[in-house]
Design a protein around this ligand. Structure first.
Ligand code: RB5
Length: 144
């Protein structure tokens, strides 16, 4: 899989760790920044990754809490970004919500657990069926 990565300064360390894990696991990676710990605005990086969605199959976004960068990512109609804090979130985000992006809060997530959640997220397929129409209705422009 081609996995895109984006973070602000407060998510930079976890982004780099998850990127290394992805490479070691045989995935392709595309890094949309940021590229260090000087202070930046998370929305700039979420938008950059969202606008270049033709370059990735799944997207990982990280900020301090995971909140701001997931909110920014979810302003894009084609993006369904799940803030994940448990293995169940990682599994359900794929099975029921067909999420194509996963968000983490570096300040609130153990890095080893984040790797585990990302592994589940990447390996779990969308269930389809009754969830198909529900997922379509998430985007207001598709359910009028
Ligand atoms: C940066 O200090 C922090 O506010 C940001 O990374 C994120 O947690 C916002 O939602």
């Amino acid at each position: 899989m081609r996995i895109g990565f984006a973070s602000d300064h407060a998510g930079y360390v976890l982004k780099e760790r998850l990127k290394a894990w992805a490479v070691a696991s045989g995935h392709g990676v595309v890094d949309f920044g940021t590229d260090g710990t000087p202070s930046v605005d998370y929305a700039d990086y979420a938008h950059k990754a969202a606008e270049r969605m033709n370059e990735w199959d799944r997207l990982v976004v990280v900020c301090g809490s995971g909140l701001g960068i997931s909110m920014a990512a979810n302003r894009h109609a084609h993006l369904r970004c799940a803030l994940v804090t448990s293995p169940e979130h990682a599994r359900l985000a794929r099975q029921h919500n067909d999420a194509n992006a996963i968000a983490f809060g570096q300040r609130l997530t153990d890095p080893l657990q984040a790797e585990y959640y990302l592994k589940i997220f990447l390996e779990t397929p969308f269930e389809g069926g009754r969830h198909e129409n529900r997922v379509k209705k998430i985007d207001v422009t598709l359910c009028q």
